[in-house]
Write a protein that binds this ligand. Structure first.
Ligand code: SF4
Length: 351
C-alpha cells in the first residue's frame, strides 16, 4: 500500500497562504518573502540552503513540508533548437514541456494536466485519456527546471502543452500568481498566454482576474458543424458563445487575443473557411497563427501541401487579417503536443 506523506509540497502554497501558515507557526510574515525568494528566485531544492532562515524555522519547514521537484525522464533536442522535456510525475504519468527558441525569445510551452478530457480529433493529447490535474508546484516546476537547468532567461510562457488549462483553473491561477509575484519569479502577466479549446466558464473567470494575460483560442474550425466534429467541446460551448466570451475578455482590459488554426488538408482549408476565420479575427481584433497539421501516428488527417498553405495565408492577408505562419517546430522530436508522452506510453495537447 502506498504510504501517504503527511508533509505537503510547500510550492503548492500561494504567497498569502504561505504567509498565513508562517504566522500560525508564530513566525513574522516577512519570512514568506525570504522563503519565496529561495524557492523561486534562487531555485533551491533543500531547506538547509535557506541561509537567512533560523535553525528553528528550518526544522518546522522540514517537519511540515517538502520541496517538490520535477523528474526528467527524457530530453530531446531538434535541429531547429526546439527542446522537448518529458517529466515523470511521482505517481507515474508523463507530461511534456517544450522550449522554443526564436531570435531573442525563449518560449516555454507548459502542460497543465496529465492527458486531456476533451478529445479533439487531431490531437495526440486526447488519445490516451485524462489522468489528472497538475498541482501548482508541477506547473511552476516545469519553468524552474528549464530556467535552472539551462541557466538562461525564459522570455515567454504559453500554457499550451498537455491538457486544457482552464479545466484546471484553481491550480493554474495559483501557479500564474506565484510566477507573477514580485517575491516569486516576477514574470509579467503580459508575457504569459493561456490557451483554451473554448471553455466558456473558464474564459469568463479569467476575465475577472486582475491579471492581464493573453488569451489564445484553439479555433481550428469556423462552423459549428465542423468544430463539433473536430473538437467535441464545441457541442457544449458552441462557437458563437465562445467568441462572445472572448469579446468580453478583451473588453475587461488590456489583453491580446490570438487564434490558433491548424490547417488540415481538405478539412478546414477552403475559401469559405478563410471568410469565416477572417470574420472572427476581425471581431476579436486577433492575430491568427496558422500552422500546418503535424501528422500524428494513428490519426487519419494529413498536412496541406505547401501551395495550399501559402494560398490560405495569402487569402487571409487580402482580407486584412494579421496572420503569422507558425512553423511546426521540432517535428523530428515529436513536438506536436502529446506525441513524445504518447510514444513513451503514457499521456497529451493543444497546438
Ligand atoms: S487540443 Fe487541447 S483540448 Fe483538445 S485534446 Fe488536445 S490538449 Fe485537449
Amino acid at each position: 500500500m502506498a504510504v501517504v506523506s503527511p508533509k505537503k509540497d510547500i510550492k503548492d502554497l500561494a504567497f498569502d497562504e504561505l504567509k498565513a501558515e508562517l504566522l500560525a507557526f508564530g513566525e513574522p510574515g516577512f519570512r514568506a518573502g525570504q522563503i519565496f525568494s529561495w524557492l523561486y528566485r534562487k531555485g533551491k531544492a533543500t531547506f538547509g540552503e535557506f541561509s537567512d532562515i533560523s535553525m528553528g524555522l528550518k526544522e518546522k519547514l522540514e517537519t511540515n513540508y517538502f520541496i517538490g521537484r520535477m523528474d526528467v525522464a527524457e530530453r530531446r533536442r531538434s535541429a531547429d533548437g526546439t527542446e522537448k522535456f518529458l517529466f515523470r510525475l511521482p505517481d507515474g504519468p508523463l507530461i511534456e514541456t517544450v522550449l522554443i527558441p526564436s531570435g531573442k525569445r525563449r518560449t516555454v510551452c507548459l502542460s497543465t494536466q496529465a492527458g486531456c478530457k476533451f478529445a479533439c480529433v487531431f490531437c495526440a493529447s486526447g488519445l490516451d485519456g485524462f489522468k489528472r490535474n497538475l498541482s501548482p508546484s508541477e506547473i511552476t516546476g516545469q519553468v524552474l527546471f528549464l530556467r535552472d537547468t539551462l541557466d538562461r532567461e525564459l522570455t515567454n510562457l504559453v500554457f499550451m502543452g498537455m491538457g486544457e488549462p482552464l479545466d484546471n483553473f484553481d491550480n493554474l491561477e495559483k501557479a500564474v500568481r506565484i510566477m507573477n509575484a514580485r517575491e516569486g519569479m516576477e514574470v509579467a502577466a503580459r508575457r504569459m498566454t493561456i490557451s483554451t479549446c473554448g471553455l466558456v466558464p473558464g474564459i469568463e473567470r479569467l476575465a475577472e482576474l486582475d491579471l492581464q494575460m493573453n488569451l489564445s483560442l484553439s479555433l481550428h474550425a469556423v462552423t459549428d458543424r465542423l468544430r463539433d466534429k473536430l473538437m467535441p467541446v464545441n457541442r457544449k460551448y458552441p462557437l458563437e458563445k465562445v467568441v462572445e466570451a472572448c469579446e468580453a475578455y478583451l473588453k475587461s482590459g488590456g489583453r491580446m487575443m490570438t487564434l490558433e488554426y491548424i490547417l488540415i488538408k481538405d478539412v478546414n482549408d477552403s475559401r469559405n473557411d478563410v471568410e469565416g476565420l477572417a470574420g472572427i479575427a476581425r471581431r476579436l481584433r486577433a492575430k491568427v497563427n496558422i500552422m500546418a497539421y503535424n501528422p500524428v501516428a494513428g490519426l487519419d488527417y494529413a498536412a496541406p501541401d505547401e501551395p495550399a498553405l501559402r494560398a490560405f495565408i495569402q487569402w487571409l492577408k487580402e482580407r486584412k487579417v494579421h496572420v503569422t505562419r507558425r512553423q511546426s517546430m521540432g517535428t523530428e522530436i515529436s513536438a506536436a503536443c502529446g506525441q513524445l508522452a504518447g510514444r513513451a506510453k503514457s499521456a497529451g495537447r493543444h497546438s
